[in-house]
Design a protein around this ligand. Structure first.
Ligand code: GTP
Length: 441
């Protein structure tokens, strides 16, 4: 081989080596995302929902002149939620005292109904009101809920923004982002989905600044909350009859409190409300509800202690129809979701009420602090009655605000309201944008 050929081969080899080196560097840089410019962006704190709670009649043709105008929104989540049907729950049949297969009051009497951590005597009755309270208009009241999500905000927003704003996003950083989402109770599937979306969007869209990364995080989280779901409460009268709302859930999640808070919002909105105390198991429940009613001038229909809840619900709706109120809110008894007799009874309450009027909403109240257990409850309730909306209470007491994402995804039903405290006005409409801002703020 001549010297010139040897030189030529050496030059070609050198060129190939340099090309490989350059390609490697470029690929590594692409994988590692550097956020070079740190930008100070003012972040508003707290949950600042833009509006009050939106009410709507159940059927469009029944819209009365007074009805609040509700924008027509498509009831499709941005990413359709696969509703996983759970395996049937093993019911402890041996625990049951009823033997003829019919649901009945006290059919689980041999088993304590309450969860061990909370007894009946621990419930404080709301303050007795000597006269009907002045209720502040719903407009602007949500401003007072600023900071109520601070626990979730610290666990969620602070760490996520810290990670995304830290500069280089390498594999370890992404693992930390994933861990943060898991700790906040977003669940494994949703966490993977969100991290993958974030990664590909950040890499693909040339995001380079902290502010851009944050904006992207916000939009990915908001999208995961199905921002176009219809969250209006079907609480307005239609076809000359009151709207009927059933409030269901396990013991101690906040059903009675939520019913009381909701009555308050409706009355503040100029509506007339009647309360049905269909929780006949817990001695104090009817008193508790009646006190809430008195505070806003709403009548409460109650039955004998230990009486048939379906019959109280029936009487309440009948009374509501006869007296021409706008809305009947029925508080049902808390039930362990594993007790088949009590769950059957819930279906019975609904069927009996439907002899009087359409049930416009079945609101499932879930305690946000119970995390995955809340999801298990949701599945069983959803099998028994058609849940139309979720109320997630006690979000003020947990760092796991991410449960909102999972609950909606799991049930395919929108979170309509959130409870952010024990106070009478600590009930807010759920708005994905405002909620994510509060978490990240
Ligand atoms: N911090 C906080 N506490 C709440 C919230 N909602 C309800 N609670 C409290 O949770 C406790 C239980 O509320 P209840 O309304 O009695 O619950 P329930 O589901 O009706 O209970 P049962 O009738 O036994 O099934 C009460 O002390 C409420 O004040 C909330 O959003 N935040």
């Amino acid at each position: 081989m001549s010297t010139s050929s040897l030189v030529l081969i050496l030059v070609v080899v050198a060129v190939v080596l340099i090309a490989a080196l350059v390609t490697g560097v470029v690929l590594t840089r692409r994988r590692r995302i550097s956020l070079t410019q740190k930008e100070e962006t003012p972040r508003p704190g707290g949950y600042q929902a833009a509006s009050g709670i939106t009410f709507a009649p159940a059927t469009p043709e029944a819209t009365d002149a007074e009805a609040v105008a509700v924008a027509e929104v498509e009831v499709t989540p941005v990413r359709p939620a696969p509703v996983e049907r759970p395996a049937p729950v093993e019911h402890p049949v041996a625990d049951r005292t009823e033997v003829d297969g019919q649901p009945g009051v006290g059919d689980d009497a041999s088993v304590p109904r309450d969860s061990p951590q909370r007894g009946f005597v621990e419930i404080d009755l709301p303050e007795e009101a000597s006269e009907v309270e002045e209720i502040e208009p719903t407009e602007g009241r949500l401003e007072r809920l600023r900071g109520k999500l601070s626990k979730s905000r610290n666990a969620f927003g602070t760490s996520l923004l810290g990670l995304l704003g830290a500069g280089d996003l390498d594999e370890d950083s992404w693992q930390d982002v994933e861990d943060t989402l898991l700790i906040a109770d977003l669940g494994a599937a949703l966490t993977t989905e969100i991290v993958d979306t974030l990664r590909s969007k950040i890499a693909g869209s040339g995001v380079r600044t902290e502010a851009e990364a944050q904006a992207l995080l916000r939009s990915v989280l908001v999208d995961a909350l199905g921002p176009r779901m219809d969250r209006s409460l079907k609480a307005l009268p239609h076809a000359g009859k009151p709207a009927v709302l059933l409030v269901v859930g396990v013991n101690g999640v906040g059903k009675t409190t939520t019913t009381g808070k909701l009555a308050r919002v409706l009355v503040a909105d100029g509506r007339t409300v009647l309360l049905g105390a269909a929780d006949t198991f817990r001695a104090a429940a009817a008193d508790q509800l009646e006190t809430w009613g008195k505070r806003v001038g709403a009548e409460t229909v109650r039955g004998p202690e230990g009486g048939d809840p379906a019959s109280v619900a029936f009487d309440a709706v009948k009374r509501g129809v006869d007296s021409g109120v706008d809305t009947v809110l029925i508080d049902t008894a808390g039930r362990l979701h594993t007790k088949v007799g009590l769950m059957d009874e819930l279906g019975k309450v609904k069927r009996v009420v439907e002899k009087q009027a359409v049930v416009d909403e079945v609101l499932l109240v879930l305690d946000a602090t119970t995390g995955q257990n809340g999801l298990a409850q949701a599945r069983v309730f959803a099998e028994q009655v058609d849940i139309t909306g979720i109320v997630l209470t006690k979000l003020d007491g947990t760092a796991k605000g991410g449960i909102v994402f999972q609950v909606q995804r799991e049930l395919g039903v929108p979170v309509k309201l959130v409870g952010l405290g024990e106070g009478a006005d600590h009930l807010a409409p759920f708005e994905p944008g405002a909620f994510v801002d509060a978490l990240l703020g």
